[in-house]
Design a protein. Structure first.
Lengths: 279, 285, 430
């Protein structure tokens, strides 16, 4: 018995090692490229451990090109956009799973949500530009955040739908029977139970927006509100890719979400036990 | 009481509906409307052509290839990502020592900007200077033409897409796994069920809603693949990796033929819609 | 007593305050100089670098005109400036334009007439010093119309080859015809196991077309004839494609997805003998030991001819003013500054940015630093532009697709060019 346990453990760790290596190898390559001198980037014999390391690319990106500004901008857009979508999304998901809706409206709503997800976001760019322009929202981070709802609102609704569905109705009914209002029930009972779902949705929304490129390009015009993806696109020039800066910028821009994920991962991973309730 | 509830529920849906109205109605109308015109944005030339755009596109060889390529890519990528994402979710649902460190690292691929991802992979795929071929050569295997063999190019794109988007599937399924009550597992183990049985009868069924949703989302998303063919292969070699969104982007934003662009968008949306409906019918969400 | 002192104290403070306010308000406001901000859109990379170098001098000499520089990747820049000029409100005052975009913008009337503007504001444009061919692409109609944009980056296509290897095998250099190049490539690759004869850009789209055009033109082929018909399947063109495919045989595997990165890699690492198509921005560091492994071994020359004299492809960048800009005067000043002799020389010395003025190309200090500048000037002066049509993007895309198919052997040269010609004819109708 003991032996099978140990063998299982070993197999598990081997699989884990293989998986993590596959995932992280390109990242490792990015990391060393970000500190290599130009001569070592494209070489006949691959350079795994460069003999010369330079921090010049980071210096260029962070200091000369003011990259931190762009990260802040992207962060602001994300927060606003996610705030809107989680708010609207969780309300919608709750209504769809708990409250009856007149005349099949819930199916229609879901269908519209699915439809939005399928829409050609690229084709909408110019009409959206005109709409945002008339509202004075071009070149503003708020305007971009609103435009992003096309991407993330359906996503949030669909994801949250699944998570809301998996919360048993009995829990709620208990609360209602005790005389609490719907809103209170939502806040005090449901919300904590769907927390892992909310967090997962938030991270996924973040990742969707963080690297979104096309809308950011078209709806923002001035350099002081630019987001990172447009700036990073600029490192691919017709005269050759600026490898060092590209990789440095890429790694820097992934840090915020990495840090965010490290802090909130426990909300996704630890189970919120249902103490005594069995479906 | 019921009436009040019905209004309350509409109230709950209001924010989403408002957003949809603002962002969707006019652009959608414009897009469908434009698809019946020839519209050169720069020259400001508009000409009504009825269904001619649709005729021309659907009989254009490159467009047909794009449809096939996109469908093939979609099926391959979605299946592979479901597999890898699920595996990762299973691995990380078990609590092990380095999990707090590895979990953020595991989602790193999706957090990287697409331009960086594609450039690095292109470098890694290079026939001579790329690390992948160098590793293959060092263990005596032949070098592969990752991006220049028409069939391999498509597979290379699937690899990059899987590498990048597995975290999406992974996170959703992980959260899904976490929402399965522990007591169910405990009760089953007390009853003497084997690990396999538990997986089959408890985990899989309860995870199904999440799996169905995530697969649907991936089917829809991978259909829009654009950055990878644009940066890795330019749609080549020949037309091996031409995809619908790449085709659209060239029409609409390089040639600024907005009429044709709109037509492509409508066709793409219809195809995706049909795929989704077929999927939902089979899967009964 | 205490109460009275308090009151006096308060009164004194109030008086002082009122006095201070009176003094402040009576101070004649320093006449605030009008500060105008102009928004400039330019490509990222070394174009942006060169503008930043120029800005260091601009800020001191024109403190009243602030420049807000936005930089974008190539295609992004195109989209941004099109959107900006098409919609009513101008977003940019100065835009950097790639020469193939000029016909479209010129036809749409989107660019301000620089001649008129200069006259209106009393500025002089010394056209004589600029290289003619570079000026011509900035005019609409080509060569004869008014100047709508001034050339700022003297980009022209060149050829680079390993002088040391040519000498080793007794091959005369520089190669004057593509046949010579082919023979050289064959000889070198047969005798040097580590070196490929040629390295070319084969990625579908702009890279493969740009690489093919000089060969096409050298064989007398053209894309569009004088009457505006597509002739890309003429006998000359087919012959050119066959020769081009021969050249490609000596290139490293994977050429079907090569863009500038790969060509540079092979050239700089010494793994290729001839790079048939290079641009000034790629060859700047050939003599820099921290980057190049072939210091002093590579020579740059005007691309070879064959049936006709060499016709290097021009690819200059120009600066123009959108028609809806509200600061045209300041925009013109900035453009004249960036294209002035002094600033072009500085840009060239600091960043290697190719000039568009003959005087800068011939300046001693500059030539000392960049030994191939005379060759670049010659190439620029004999260069030829891509067809001046508004549908160039589409034509290039069609040609790019079929060239790629020919390269991988999916179609024969005749099939590929015939198919391309058919589609291009169709596209030209629209």
């Amino acid at each position: 018995m003991r032996l099978t346990r140990i063998v299982e453990e070993i197999i598990f760790y081997i699989i884990l090692a293989v998986v993590m290596t596959t995932i992280l190898f390109p990242i490792y390559w990015m990391a060393i490229t970000s500190v290599k001198i130009e001569r070592d980037v494209i070489t006949d014999v691959p350079v795994f451990l460069p003999t010369y390391i330079t921090l010049k690319h980071y210096e260029d990106v962070l200091i000369y090109q003011n990259f931190t500004r762009y990260i802040v901008n992207t962060f602001i857009v994300s927060i606003i956009a996610i705030g809107i979508s989680l708010f609207a999304g969780s309300l919608a998901a709750y209504a769809l799973t708990r409250l009856g809706l007149p005349a099949n409206l819930d199916n229609i709503f879901l269908f519209i949500t699915l439809l939005v997800r399928m829409l050609p976001t690229g084709a909408f760019v110019i009409p959206l530009y005109l709409i945002l322009d008339s509202l004075g929202l071009i070149n503003t981070l708020t305007g971009l955040a609103i435009a992003y709802q096309i991407y993330i609102l359906p996503l949030s609704i669909w994801l949250l739908l699944g998570f809301f569905r998996s919360v048993p109705i009995e829990v709620e009914e208990a609360g209602l029977v005790d005389g609490a209002s719907r809103l209170t029930v939502f806040r005090m009972i449901i919300l904590p139970l769907v927390m892992p779902g909310l967090i997962a949705t938030m991270i996924v929304d973040f990742m969707t927006i963080w690297n979104e490129y096309f809308y950011a390009l078209i709806f923002l015009t001035a350099p002081d509100v630019m987001t990172i993806s447009v700036v990073i696109g600029g490192y691919l020039t017709e005269y050759g890719t600026l490898w060092g800066q590209l990789c440095a910028a890429g790694l820097i821009s992934s840090l915020p979400i990495l840090i965010l994920a490290s802090y909130i991962q426990k909300y996704i991973v630890e189970s919120f036990g249902y103490a005594g309730i069995v479906r | 009481m019921r009436r009040k509830e019905k209004y309350l529920s509409l109230f709950f849906l209001l924010p989403s509906l408002l957003i949809y109205a603002l962002l969707i109605i006019y652009p959608l109308y414009e897009t469908i409307h434009l698809s019946f015109y020839k519209y050169r944005y720069i020259e400001k030339k508009i000409e009504f052509v009825g269904l001619r755009n649709y005729e021309k596109l659907l009989s254009y060889e490159l467009f047909q290839k794009a449809i096939i390529n996109t469908l093939v890519f979609d099926v391959m990528a979605t299946s592979l990502q479901l597999l890898t994402g699920f595996t990762l979710a299973l691995i990380f649902s078990k609590s092990f020592k380095f999990r707090p460190i590895f979990l953020p690292l595991a989602i790193l691929p999706m957090v990287m900007p697409a331009a960086v991802v594609c450039s690095i992979w292109k470098l890694m795929f290079d026939y001579r200077f790329g690390i992948l071929n160098n590793i293959l050569a060092s263990i005596g295997l032949p070098r592969l033409e990752w991006l220049t063999n028409p069939h391999l190019a498509m597979i290379s794109m699937v690899i990059v897409d899987t590498w990048q988007y597995t975290p999406f599937v992974f996170l959703v399924l992980l959260a899904g796994l976490q929402s399965i009550p522990r007591e169910l597992y405990e009760a089953a183990m007390v009853d003497g069920a084997s690990k396999f049985d538990i997986f089959k009868s408890i985990t899989l069924p309860l995870l199904m809603p999440h799996i169905k949703i995530v697969v649907l989302l991936r089917i829809i998303d991978t259909f829009k693949i654009f950055t990878k063919p644009a940066l890795l292969t330019g749609g080549g070699p020949g037309d091996a990796t031409e995809t619908l969104t790449l085709f659209f982007y060239k029409e609409a934003f390089r040639f600024f033929e907005l009429g044709t662009g709109a037509t492509v968008s409508v066709i793409v949306t219809v195809i995706v819609g049909v795929l989704s409906i077929l999927y939902l019918k089979r899967v009964r969400l | 007593m205490k109460g009275v002192s308090k009151i006096i104290l308060v009164v004194v403070i109030v008086i002082i305050l009122i006095g201070a306010l009176a003094v402040y308000f009576s101070m004649a406001p320093t006449p605030k100089e009008e500060v105008v901000t102009i928004k400039v859109a330019a490509p990222a990379g070394y174009h942006a670098e060169s503008i930043k170098v120029a800005l260091e001098f601009w800020e001191k000499e024109y403190p009243n005109i602030k420049v807000e520089l936005s930089t974008f990747g190539y295609h992004d820049l195109y989209e941004k400036i099109v959107l900006s000029m098409r919609e009513a409100k101008a977003v940019y005052d100065v835009i950097q334009i790639d020469d193939p975009w000029m016909p479209e913008f010129g036809e749409a009337g989107w660019l301000a007439n620089l001649d008129e503007l200069a006259k209106q504001y009393g500025f002089e444009i010394d056209y004589d010093d600029f290289v003619d061919t570079a000026l011509w692409v900035g005019r609409h109609p080509y060569k004869t119309g008014p100047q709508l944009a001034l050339p700022v980056c003297g980009n022209v296509e060149l050829t680079a080859y390993r002088k040391d290897l040519f000498e080793k095998y007794g091959i005369p250099h520089p190669p004057k015809t593509w046949s010579e190049v082919l023979a050289a490539a064959k000889k070198i690759s047969e005798n040097e196991p580590e070196v490929y004869g040629t390295v070319m850009r084969g990625m579908r789209g702009n890279p493969i077309v740009s690489n093919f055009l000089p060969v096409l033109w050298a064989f007398g082929g053209r894309i569009i004839d004088d009457k505006g018909n597509a002739v890309v399947n003429s006998p000359e063109a087919i012959e050119a494609l066959k020769v081009w495919l021969e050249l490609a045989k000596y290139s490293p595997p994977g050429i079907e997805s090569f863009s500038s990165d790969e060509v540079k890699a092979y050239l700089y690492s010494g793994k290729a003998a001839i790079a048939t198509e290079v641009w000034p921005g790629w060859v700047g560091k050939l003599d820099d030991p921290t980057v190049s492994q072939v210091v002093g071994k590579v020579e740059v020359c005007v691309p070879p001819g064959e049936k006709t004299s060499p016709a290097p492809m021009i690819g200059v960048w120009l600066l123009g003013i959108p028609h809806n800009s509200e600061h045209k005067k300041e925009a013109l000043q900035f453009i004249l500054f960036l294209t002035s002799k002094r600033i072009q020389k500085l840009k060239s010395l600091y960043t290697g940015y190719p000039p568009t003025r003959k005087s800068v190309y011939e300046d001693e200090t500059v030539v000392n630093k960049y030994r191939w500048y005379p060759v670049q000037l010659e190439a620029l002066m004999t260069s030829r532009p891509r067809p001046r049509i508004t549908q160039w993007a589409k034509v290039e895309s069609i040609l790019g697709l079929y060239l790629s198919k020919a390269l991988i052997g999916e179609m024969t040269p005749e099939e590929a060019l015939n198919a391309a010609n058919k589609e291009i004819t169709e596209a030209l109708k629209g």
